[in-house]
Design a protein around this ligand. Structure first.
Ligand code: CA
Ligand code: CA
Length: 225
């Protein structure tokens, strides 16, 4: 075996079993800091602390089957004002994917996260129904359009901008819906989800509609322990 093939083999073995000294499985930690986010999204997420983005899904939402777990370390101060943008993939504003193929469908969503404080080793924030969420891209409104030959006309959508200052600590979320919790079977968890040891309190969440709610904003504030 040539040196090049040997190097390739070692990389493959490490990828499958984890060569890092941490001994854990799953993705390597990106960045450094007191807090470590672990997250899995169908299909994409970004996490902000206040206005500052601290983590973003490393796989583009336009990648087919963009399912992957992420571990990202970051520094922040309590109270943690956590702001999430989470997105289900859609080919266009009809809300459908694989348009024009025999797989044309609405596509469904799901998201789970937990944040560990390395000062205590405790999980201090999780996704759950304690999160408040608001939909800013909803399509299709007419789910009967799923197999339509003209989804752009028939599906209908409700699309809005992010509310001004929604990331601020005192943004009024009294009108937002509480996140809905789902089972792994309901979400159809896949690639990467099983690589993380999820805390029992960390739940798969979305809004009340896994299919038509495509872009969702969620907020959670975590007080100092
Ligand atoms: Ca999806
Ligand atoms: Ca969808």
């Amino acid at each position: 075996m040539g040196l090049k093939n040997f190097v390739v083999m070692v990389v493959v073995l490490c990828g499958a079993h984890g060569c890092d000294s941490g001994g854990g499985s799953g993705p390597d930690v990106v960045g450094e800091g007191r807090f470590t986010l672990e997250a899995w999204a169908d299909n994409w997420f970004a996490l902000y602390v206040g206005d500052r983005e601290v983590a973003e899904d490393s796989v583009s939402i336009s990648t087919e089957r963009s399912f992957n777990a992420e571990r990202v370390a970051f520094d922040a101060d309590y109270p943690l004002v956590l702001n999430l943008i989470i997105k289900d993939y859609k080919a266009d504003d009809s809300g459908l994917e694989y348009i024009g193929t025999d797989r044309q469908q609405m596509g469904d969503a799901g998201f789970i996260m937990q944040i560990t404080d390395s000062d205590t080793g405790e999980v201090v924030a999780v996704s759950s129904s304690a999160m408040k969420c608001q939909v800013i891209h909803k399509a299709p409104l007419n789910k009967d359009c799923e197999k339509s030959a003209d989804p752009a006309t028939e599906c209908l959508s409700e699309i809005s901008d992010e509310p001004a200052d929604w990331k601020s600590a005192d943004h009024d979320v009294s009108g937002w819906e509480s996140a809905s919790e789902y089972t792994a079977a309901q979400v159809g968890t896949k690639d990467g989800y099983d690589e993380i040891a999820w805390n029992a309190a960390a739940k798969l969440i979305w809004t009340s509609d896994l299919e038509s709610d495509n872009t969702v904003l969620c907020k959670l504030t975590v007080a100092a322990p």
